[in-house]
Design a protein around this ligand. Sequence first.
Ligand SMILES: C[S@@+](CC[C@H](N)C(=O)[O-])C[C@H]1O[C@@H](n2cnc3c(N)ncnc32)[C@H](O)[C@@H]1O
Length: 172
Amino acid sequence: MTVLDLASGTGTLAIIIKRKFPDVDVVGVDGDPRILQIAKAKSESANVKIEFDQGLATQLPYADSSYDRVFSTLFFHHLGHSDKARAFAEIFRVLKPGGQLHVADWGKPTNFLMRLLFYPIQWLDGFANTKDNVEGQLPNIIQHSGFNDVQIDKQFSTVFGTLTLYRALKDE
Ligand SMILES: C[S@@+](CC[C@H](N)C(=O)[O-])C[C@H]1O[C@@H](n2cnc3c(N)ncnc32)[C@H](O)[C@@H]1O
């Protein structure tokens, strides 16, 4: 199985996946070359073999149907609406038929307190970029990119608001 961690940052999730599933080929991609240097150093210290590539979510440097799974954590709220749609379309393109997308990101607040706690994140990361998240639009955007069976797996109440786990399937 081949797995992509999109906007992999310092490689935390990629390293966890590779440690847990040593036979899986794990690739991390991120737009920031400095972050990738940290990710490479961390994976070397952890003694796991992970490929880290520089690339943008809206223009992934991979062929069609390359991956069985794409994961992404705490990333989509950094993108404006059109880039979110472009990035999900790119994920759909690089996934193999039958492949799955798993996203963890800020979602629609589950109560008034969660809504209030999310304001600092919106202030820091931008009200325009976080609008779709807070309005619960991520599943719709994912579905419009071609995915089926778009589901919310779990919602966590955190000190920064509601963290939501989404999953979606690229049909065979
Ligand atoms: C908040 S960090 C999350 C990192 C990691 N996924 C995690 O959960 O720790 C967001 C990451 O997205 C990357 N990023 C921002 N815009 C990007 C883009 N358009 N394409 C690829 N990576 C991008 C940043 O360089 C950064 O590493």
